[in-house]
Design a protein around this ligand. Structure first.
Ligand SMILES: NC(=O)c1ccc[n+]([C@@H]2O[C@H](COP(=O)([O-])OP(=O)(O)OC[C@H]3O[C@@H](n4cnc5c(N)ncnc54)[C@H](OP(=O)(O)O)[C@@H]3O)[C@@H](O)[C@H]2O)c1
Length: 245
């Protein structure tokens, strides 16, 4: 029966890590809502890849920083799949500038998507996820590296980590786990933007494997956190970076 299949919303899953997460969770047996901000073609490709592999998925445009969009994201998932069991809060943006050169618009853009977006989706999930569900937020290992240029981005992710720990406690009695994944550098558009080859090579070498993470490296961790085996992991931030920090 279709309504017996668990469903998951993966924010920002048209591209990058989110797309790999959506594909992996579909292979794990979830019906998947592929959320995107503006890139419908990529979202449709992600859905086609899932359906082509025998899974179930729908694409839903929604800006996670807009409360009305977030409500519609949950509504359309319920309409498509009859239930919402899990939320993967992957949508995020990054700009790298020293504090002295960070303009107001850059600050606002990162806080809107990364913090307000996380808050709005968590608020909806706290009300609408089925008991026994799962939430995975996205932080970054950069919060521990603390390299120059990353301050505002890391500040947004520090907020995400606090939301993770506190929501895990607020959902007492619901058997819902709330965790965060904190990747190191992963080969996606977000990571490569504005970096020279030399800069990329330096960051790839910070872990003992001497390579960048691949989106699938992170998707495997999310898959575990959504599995029954991870039921006792709650309120944690799991760093997935090959041993960088
Ligand atoms: N890549 C890394 O090295 C790295 C390291 C640590 C943490 N992370 C975190 O991992 C997550 C995914 O990063 P990524 O590298 O995969 O990024 P990406 O390749 O740039 O993809 C970003 C995704 O987020 C969506 N998105 C952006 N703003 C949105 C909004 N306001 N509402 C809904 N969706 C939105 C984009 O949709 P459209 O396609 O429609 O634009 C896209 O699907 C982020 O939270 C990032 O901070 C990444």
């Amino acid at each position: 029966m279709a309504a017996e299949q668990r469903s998951v919303i993966v924010t920002g899953s048209s591209r990058g890590i989110g797309r790999a997460v959506a594909k992996r969770l579909a292979a794990d047996g979830f019906a998947v809502t592929v959320n995107y901000a503006g890139n419908q073609k990529s979202a449709d490709e992600a859905v086609a890849a899932i359906v082509g592999a025998g899974g179930r998925a729908v694409a839903v445009q929604a800006d996670v920083a807009q409360a009305g969009d977030v409500a519609r994201l949950f509504d359309e998932t319920e309409t498509a799949f009859g239930r919402v069991d899990a939320l993967v809060n992957n949508a995020g943006v990054m700009s790298m500038t020293p504090i002295a050169e960070t303009d107001d618009a850059t600050f606002d853009r990162m806080f809107a998507t990364n913090v307000r977006g996380t808050f709005l989706t968590l608020r909806a999930a706290a009300k609408r996820l089925r008991d026994g569900g799962r939430i995975v937020n996205f932080s970054t290992s950069a919060t521990h590296l603390q390299l120059p240029g990353y301050a505002t981005y890391c500040a947004t992710k520090a907020a995400v980590e606090v939301y993770t720990a506190i929501l895990a406690k607020e959902l007492r009695g619901r058997s819902i786990t709330v965790n965060a994944v904190a990747p190191g550098p992963v080969a996606t558009e977000l990571f490569f933007e504005g970096k020279s080859e030399e800069h990329v090579a330096r960051l790839a070498n910070l872990n003992p494997f001497g390579r960048l993470g691949e989106p699938e490296d992170i998707a495997r961790v999310v898959s575990f956190l959504l599995s029954a085996d991870a039921g006792w992991v709650n309120g944690q931030v799991i760093r997935a970076n090959g041993g960088m920090v």
